[in-house]
Design a protein around this ligand. Structure first.
Ligand SMILES: [Mg+2]
Length: 113
């Protein structure tokens, strides 16, 4: 079935709706509890850290990095739900991005002097 095979990451894999993922994350919190899920944040962050260290030592770990970023993001989703701070995080992110953008513009202007 040449040409009909699905790409490695079909769009359906990417189309988990925000509400679906929120629901799944909420269920994980309910099922395993906040202490276990907070511990998982530490664990997943450590795993990402380990893969990034391997990368800095010259290893080809791009796939592992993608996997660990996904794990960390899922845990962070759960933390936002646990502390009920989804909107707050978005607001702070917007502010920090704005500040970063200004800092970049300032640095760029300085180097052009
Ligand atoms: Mg992991």
């Amino acid at each position: 079935m040449q040409g009909l095979t699905e790409p490695e990451h079909s769009s359906s894999q990417y189309s988990l709706e925000t509400n679906d993922s929120r629901e799944i994350c909420r269920e994980a919190l309910t099922q395993w509890g906040e202490q276990a899920q907070i511990t998982m944040v530490f664990e997943e962050m450590a795993e990402l850290q380990k893969e990034l260290c391997k990368y800095l030592r010259g290893k080809d770990v791009t796939e592992a990095i993608a996997e660990e970023i996904a794990d960390v993001e899922l845990m962070l989703e759960q933390m936002k739900l646990l502390f009920n701070i989804e909107e707050q995080v978005e607001d702070v992110k917007r502010c920090k991005l704005m500040r970063l953008s200004q800092r970049l513009a300032t640095t760029e202007a300085e180097t052009m002097r």
